[in-house]
Design a protein around this ligand. Structure first.
Ligand SMILES: [Zn+2]
Length: 260
């Protein structure tokens, strides 16, 4: 049986609701990722992670993957390079709320959003809480970057600031998932400069004691904020293994919580 929500008929979905199926909604965006990666990098990674998690869990629990949200919010700075589509924050939040609200109203009770774009984290956290309020339920948000942080740090070759945007983490994953869309000859290193101990200098290092959006303090030439030149498919494979392992561990707890 297909794990995709869109492949089901209405009666098949009714049966999945009856069985208490888990829904995973991948959330990416369309945005420039430097000269070496496709503009769908975030959505591509989000879909791949959601599909891999569904495969991992399918033997034990009914699970469906929804079509990814492919357009979202990026800071205006990213529009300097062609390929960035920006949906205003409130429009994006309302849209995600309505998509999620529809499946919760339909009768699904286990919904996990899978967030693959840094500029969405605060917005999705707020939408998640609003959904909990509106539907008296417990929505989860999982982030492949956070789930894989430890495993990535064990194998990474870039320093702090090397994995923010179009850097080692994303490039390694796309090299693993679909090397045919990566042009490593165009990859250049432009690490994020302001990566102090106070801030999560990239998604994986730093203490996160403060929130400091440093994008406007640095003019990137390439549209990269990181170091993709040290990326490897093997690193991408290690990241994916961690996402499936840690994400799967969490989702098992999520589907059984509340006695469902
Ligand atoms: Zn990205």
């Amino acid at each position: 049986m297909s794990p995709r929500f869109r492949d089901q008929s209405s009666p098949m979905l009714a049966a999945q609701i009856e069985r208490g199926a888990l829904l995973i909604l991948p959330v990416g965006t369309t945005e420039e990722h430097g000269p070496h990666l496709p503009v769908d990098t975030d959505a591509r990674i989000a879909e791949a992670c959601a599909t891999a998690l569904a495969q991992e869990l399918a033997k034990e629990t009914p699970v469906l993957v929804m079509d990814a949200i492919r357009y979202g919010y990026s800071m205006a700075l990213m529009k300097r390079w062609p390929g960035t589509i920006v949906v205003r924050t409130r429009t994006f939040m309302d849209y995600v709320f309505d998509v999620c609200g529809s499946v919760l109203e339909m009768g699904f009770t286990k919904l996990a959003l899978l967030d693959c774009h840094g500029h969405h984290s605060g917005l999705l956290n707020t939408v998640g809480r609003e959904l909990c309020d509106a539907f008296d339920t417990a929505v989860a948000i999982i982030s492949p970057a956070k789930l894989s942080a430890e495993a990535f740090n064990d194998v990474r070759r870039s320093g702090q600031g090397g994995a923010i945007h179009g850097g080692e983490w994303e490039t390694s994953l796309v090299l693993h998932l679909s090397p045919e869309v990566v042009d490593m000859s165009a990859a250049v290193a432009e690490p994020m400069r302001y990566a102090s101990d106070f801030v999560a200098g990239d998604n994986f290092l730093g203490s996160q004691r403060v929130t400091w959006s440093t994008w406007y303090l640095q003019q990137s030439e390439s549209g990269i904020y990181g170091d993709p030149t040290v990326a490897r498919a093997e690193t991408g494979e290690a990241i994916m293994r961690a996402v499936v392992g840690e994400g799967g561990r969490f989702l098992r707890e999520f589907v059984t919580a509340g006695g469902a």
